[in-house]
Design a protein around this ligand. Structure first.
Ligand SMILES: [Ca+2]
Length: 135
């Protein structure tokens, strides 16, 4: 019985991690308006930590780093360049000096996506973005 309860708890927890979640978007600067790097799309990428715009499925490189940081906007997460495109996560999300705190106003608007290497057509970025779904 206790194992069944733990199993259900784990499954429910995983389920909450794999979908775009408004609560998670509040945990990073400008989480609700992260640009969509896919061509010809101005719709925000609300599943910021995921390989597809709407969330669900496997985490992208930023999502994995976010989980490692225990879903907290830490200085280390802010200063990291998760998608190795030469821009820190903080710069991409509009918090270049890593001063944002939850509930506050970020210094800038977001400029790019911290989990999608840009420009997407470079050889390096194509390798990083292998699982990114532009649909
Ligand atoms: Ca980056």
């Amino acid at each position: 019985m206790i194992y069944q309860s733990i199993y259900v708890l784990v499954i429910c927890s995983i389920g909450s991690l794999v979908n775009a979640h408004p609560g998670f978007m509040d945990l990073i600067p400008n989480g609700h308006i992260v640009p969509n790097p896919c061509a010809n799309s101005s719709i925000p990428w609300v599943g910021v930590g995921h390989n597809n715009r709407t969330g669900g499925g496997i985490a992208n490189v930023f999502g994995a780093a976010f989980l490692t940081a225990k879903m907290t906007w830490t200085r280390d997460l802010c200063m990291a360049d998760s998608d190795i495109d030469g821009k820190t996560n903080g710069f991409e999300l509009g918090d270049p000096d890593c001063k944002w705190v939850q509930g506050g106003t970020p210094a800038n608007k977001p400029v790019s996506h911290p989990g999608v290497c840009e420009p997407m057509t470079t050889k390096t970025c194509m390798a990083v973005n292998l699982n990114i779904q532009c649909i």
